[in-house]
Design a protein around this ligand. Sequence first.
Ligand SMILES: [Zn+2]
Length: 437
Amino acid sequence: MLLTEKVVLSPTPKQEQWLWQMSMAATKLYNIALQQRRWHFYRQHGTAQSLSYTYQNSQLVELKKAFPCFKQLYSLVAQEVLRLVNKDYRSFWGRLKNQRLNGDEVTARPPRFKSALKYFTLPYIQSGFELDDEYLVVSGGMESYKTSKGKTKRRQHKERIKIEGYRNLPDNIHSLTISYEKGKYYANLVYEITPAKLGSERPLKVVAFDPGVKTFLTGATDSGCLIEVHSTVNRSTRYFDKEIDLVKSKLDRCKKGSRRWRRLKKALSTLYQRRAGQINGTLHATAKLLANSRHDIISVGNPNKLGMASSDPAKGKGNQRINRAVQNNWPHKKFLGYLGYKTESRGKYTHKADERYSTQTCSNCGNRQKLKPTIRTYKCPKCAMVLGRDDNAAINLLNNLLTSFYRPKVNYRDYRKKKIYSRTLSGQWYVAYKKVG
Ligand SMILES: [Zn+2]
């Protein structure tokens, strides 16, 4: 399976200039190739076949002679730019054809010229780059240089760009892109890993988690332990939602396009970015914690249907905050994605559990009752079981999974202790224990 890792680059001012030169060359190449296709279409339409990638690629050598700036580009990057033109063009025709066939409104627009002011994301496929500890060595075009004996020779231009923050990076990277966002340069490394095999010599350790708004995850293991994983996701969401609302209401009150409006717009986009950054960081850390735990199968309730959100506004008055947290950017979905690949790469398995009725059903006797989202304790009228709402749901999820393996069910009386994971703001996990019942 393929994974991507995004790293921040810190180029020197000179390297920055070089990166922009390459971006401009790539933009120019893209625009020229696009222009060539346009002309060909207007002049030759119906009389000749449309231009292909192969044709444009074969002209690259001559183009480099006519426009020396293309010599700065690594040759495979230049080819990749031409492939991109081909892809953009073909996807336009595909969409156009589909929309016409289906009789839909035609919204497909041909690819547009790119602006030289925007950074062109440079694609490196298979070669032209190398990782050297905390440096990324990227190739440019060919350049001539003088040897010590005064001879002129040619070599590949290479730049060693520092990667910010030291960490272990995979060594089997097969492609990367260099991009620029809001003043920062990034390298997106794509690499392949072979998932480990799920061991089956011993009984598999199973844990099931119920995702919630109040507690991020509440789980039950098959060895008699309840787990709570707290996360700052809800706190971050709440904080940023408040800030975003504030900026939005200010935005509504000022003239569109004015200086103040532009400033607020910028502040808003920064807030969105910071919110995403904080939440993603926490989600990754939480997924890693679970993937590194000793459980082989991690079952998580799939929050597919927004069952917890009340669609009736009058009903949801009392739990507006919960409703909003559920509807807005429900982060559990993302979390499941992260957990999926993290467990797979460690030879474990993530199971997406069907959450239906898991909160309503009594895990002891199977009786069902409706519970409002605000009620945090499950009190069974039939068998008098009293248990935390989320604990009960987690036990139900675990039992569903265990019965599918023909293994005995667990009971709430088996659980005597609770393990509580919380994370400090500096990113350290700490564990606390609590007695149950
Ligand atoms: Zn009961």
